[in-house]
Design a protein around this ligand. Structure first.
Ligand SMILES: *[C@@H]1O[C@H](CO)[C@@H](O)[C@H](O)[C@H]1NC(C)=O
Ligand SMILES: *[C@@H]1O[C@H](CO)[C@@H](O)[C@H](O)[C@H]1NC(C)=O
Ligand SMILES: *[C@@H]1O[C@H](CO)[C@@H](O)[C@H](O)[C@H]1NC(C)=O
Ligand SMILES: *[C@@H]1O[C@H](CO)[C@@H](O)[C@H](O)[C@H]1NC(C)=O
Length: 422
């Protein structure tokens, strides 16, 4: 889940409105869709209760999945919002009541079919240690399972703009780009990084109170001799192909929604892009809450370094969005350990949808000092709306991939359809 969400001082609705007027329109469209859907859609499948299992029983459960099952994981078993982050997958899946387990490391693991295809849908618990422990437990069942791929999905706090609102290499003006992050935007990437760096207090704080400042770090996430795995820049062509297959087709999505609900959605295909790929975004995972423009600049420099190291593009922090969440480092540590030792490479990708922004304070130039930008007061934000919406859009990316695969395999429109009922 988003590293930022559970802060008691989460702020921002006004900043959101200032920066993201488009989000309002979309929220309205989404809630319109929801209202109609509530009236017309059939009740979703109930979510079965997990049965307590030993490690051996959990491995037997996984072994009961047909070969080539997709492993679909999210963090929150319902601790934060009351419903599991995989709820929309489970509501569209067929799962027998005795095929849902929980173990010491995994709060829920369901084996069934999703739009006709074998799927294992689980929650790991929130945060990198939980994500790592559960993912490693599932993969440790080894020969008992023969998975096609593993996809992580969840919510996240984003840079307000690609390249940030402020960028420390030119503090004379704000980023003139009008390309903004909107709640529900999706980042799909096989890469990820931890929030790993060594720096002193004076280095981190030396720019204060200037918001147009990038704190120096030495070294950063590349220093595995110091941090262990922290920069996950290796991905095979199979992982890149999976990431390419995942984005939701939004135009199709809203057009189908319109057919189903009769609402004329104002979806504008020329609006700023809402799905970002691995050449322009990645998750930077922390266990703590960070928010402010200097830390966004730092996180974007990590993302730019990650993408450039991976070889898929040469970018700077002026080009990218940092996606803040908690679990990439734990999840990817388990995957990288697995892939380093397994005979068959397991393709992987992470789908993160924006539930909120991480540089939440509006900024204005200092009247006294040129090039200095001051933080303005924070505004309170209702994150629950963004959180629910982001779970919906990240799930729609995964469900859309299953839908297209189902149609490719000759399934009928009805067999391959899915519904997201908020
Ligand atoms: C698993 O899926 C892949 C990709 O569609 C396919 O190439 C492969 O033949 C499948 N393997 C099995 C055992 O079904
Ligand atoms: C990433 O790939 C490089 C080059 O193939 C290899 O030296 C390195 O060990 C890999 N790192 C991880 C974490 O798998
Ligand atoms: C929506 O309905 C129209 C008219 O029935 C149909 O031509 C179109 O293909 C449908 N669009 C989608 C995306 O299903
Ligand atoms: C990135 O830059 C290097 C060095 O200029 C070049 O060799 C490489 O092909 C570039 N990679 C991409 C993906 O553009």
């Amino acid at each position: 889940m988003s590293a930022h969400l559970r802060s008691t001082h989460v702020a921002l609705l006004l900043a959101l409105c200032l920066l993201l007027t488009a989000a309002d329109a979309r929220q309205t469209r989404a809630s319109l869709g929801r209202r109609r859907l509530r009236a017309s859609a059939p009740s979703p499948a109930p979510i079965p209760k997990p049965i307590k299992m030993t490690h051996e029983e959990l491995c037997e459960l996984l072994a009961s999945a047909p070969p080539n099952a997709s492993l679909l994981l999210a963090a929150d078993p319902g601790v934060f919002s009351g419903v599991p982050e995989v709820r929309f997958l489970l509501e569209n899946a067929k799962v027998e009541a005795d095929k849902v387990g929980r173990s010491a490391s995994c709060p829920s693991v369901a084996v069934g079919t999703l739009l006709g295809q074998p799927a294992i849908m689980g929650t790991t618990g929130i945060g990198p240690p939980a994500a790592s422990a559960c993912t490693a437990e599932l993969l440790s069942c080894g020969a008992a399972i023969d998975m096609r791929e593993v996809v992580w999905l969840g919510t996240s706090g984003w840079s307000p703009q690609p390249g940030g609102v402020l960028n420390a290499d030119d503090c004379s003006e704000a980023n003139p780009s009008t390309d903004v992050t909107r709640v529900g935007d999706i980042c799909v990437s096989p890469f990820g990084e931890g929030w790993c760096f060594k720096a002193s207090w004076t280095e981190q704080a030396s720019g204060f109170p200037n918001q147009c400042f990038q704190p120096p770090v030495d070294p950063g996430p590349e220093a595995d001799f110091l941090f262990g795995y922290c920069m996950f820049a290796n991905a095979s062509d199979a992982s890149l192909a999976l990431a390419d297959e995942l984005p939701a087709d939004e135009e199709l999505y809203w057009s189908e929604m319109q057919n189903g609900t009769g609402v004329a959605y104002g979806y504008d295909a020329a609006a700023p892009p809402k799905v970002r790929d691995y050449t322009e975004c990645a998750e930077v995972a922390s266990e703590s809450f960070w928010s402010a423009h200097p830390w966004d600049a730092q996180a974007r420099s990590f993302v730019a370094q990650l993408i450039t190291t991976s070889g898929v593009a040469n970018v700077t922090q002026r080009d990218v969005v940092a996606v803040s969440a908690m679990e990439a480092r734990g999840f990817l540590t388990a995957i990288y350990n697995h892939n380093a030792n397994a005979e068959v490479y397991l393709p992987h990708a992470i789908v993160r949808a924006a539930s909120n922004l991480d540089s939440i304070m509006p900024v204005a130039p200092s009247p006294d000092e040129p090039g200095v930008w001051l933080a303005q007061p924070l505004i309170n934000e209702d994150v629950s709306v963004g959180y629910a919406f982001a779970i919906g859009t990240s799930s729609s990316a995964v469900l859309n991939m299953f839908r297209l695969r189902c149609l490719d395999a000759g399934g009928s429109d009805a067999e391959c359809a899915f519904k997201i009922v908020q």
